[in-house]
Design a protein around this ligand. Structure first.
Ligand SMILES: *Cc1c(COP(=O)(O)O)cnc(C)c1O
Length: 228
């Protein structure tokens, strides 16, 4: 299993290198390995192979993995929908980055609880750039306004940038357009301190990097138990 994970990780890192260098040698891309289809043993193996940042899309899973792998210096990213009844739990977990803050309402609720506990949390605003009913995130037209409102009204949130999931289609042009739209918003938010543009998963991370992503969230391409 370790050899398979090694090959998968090497291949993803190689592809990230190729894509980012095409954009610019100065364009640095962070890889967050998404373990949701996998187990703790594989995460530990990836740690031994040099991977440090991991993402989970459920608070419960994040909690048990973080606890069981406490001995290792890992970064944990929350990348899934947060229900408001899980806010306290997430705060306790102190994630490195909560990437899927998807509404002003959630931002305000989270900020209130952080304030009461005298804590801060680094977050990304999730944008539903493909305008898909099934996806969460703020609308592209409202993203800048909401970002600025959060920045103003939620001092216990450290807004670091934006996150988006590419359009769910085989049509590369449509996926590319959704990434470009997110990146254009990110560009406009740089003056407000945005430094992270999180886009790209197993099927589209190279395309996302070409469109300016500097953080990719890759799960199945790494954790599959066959070579690819
Ligand atoms: C599952 C998930 C990923 C990783 O998906 P893969 O296609 O397996 O790489 C990335 N981002 C989010 C938000 C996810 O839920």
């Amino acid at each position: 299993m370790k050899e398979i994970l090694r090959k998968n990780l090497d291949s993803v890192i190689w592809n990230i290198e190729q894509a980012r260098i095409k954009l610019s040698e100065h364009h640095i891309v962070k890889l967050v390995a998404v373990g949701k289809y996998s187990d703790e043993k594989s995460i530990k193996t990836l740690y031994e192979l040099g991977q440090r940042a991991f993402g989970e899309n459920q608070v419960q899973q994040l909690s048990s993995r973080k606890e069981h792998l406490e001995a290792f210096p890992l970064e944990w990213h929350m990348i899934g929908n947060l229900q408001s009844n899980k806010i306290n739990k997430l705060i306790e977990l102190r994630p490195t980055l909560f990437q899927s803050l998807d509404s002003l309402k959630l931002a305000e609720a989270l900020n209130k609880k952080l304030e009461a506990k005298n804590k801060k949390m680094s977050v990304l605003l999730q944008i539903n750039s493909a305008n898909e009913e099934s996806k969460s995130g703020v609308k592209t037209q409202e993203a800048i306004d909401i970002y600025q409102q959060i920045k103003e009204n939620c001092p216990n949130l450290r807004l670091k940038g934006v996150m988006s999931i590419g359009a769910n289609t085989e049509d590369t042009k449509i996926v590319k357009t959704s990434f470009e739209e997110t990146h254009a918003i990110y560009d406009r938010l740089k003056k407000d301190g945005a430094s992270i543009c999180s886009m790209g998963m197993s099927g589209d991370y190279e395309l996302a990097i070409k469109c300016g992503s500097n953080l990719v969230r890759v799960g199945s391409k790494i954790f599959t138990n066959k070579f690819n």
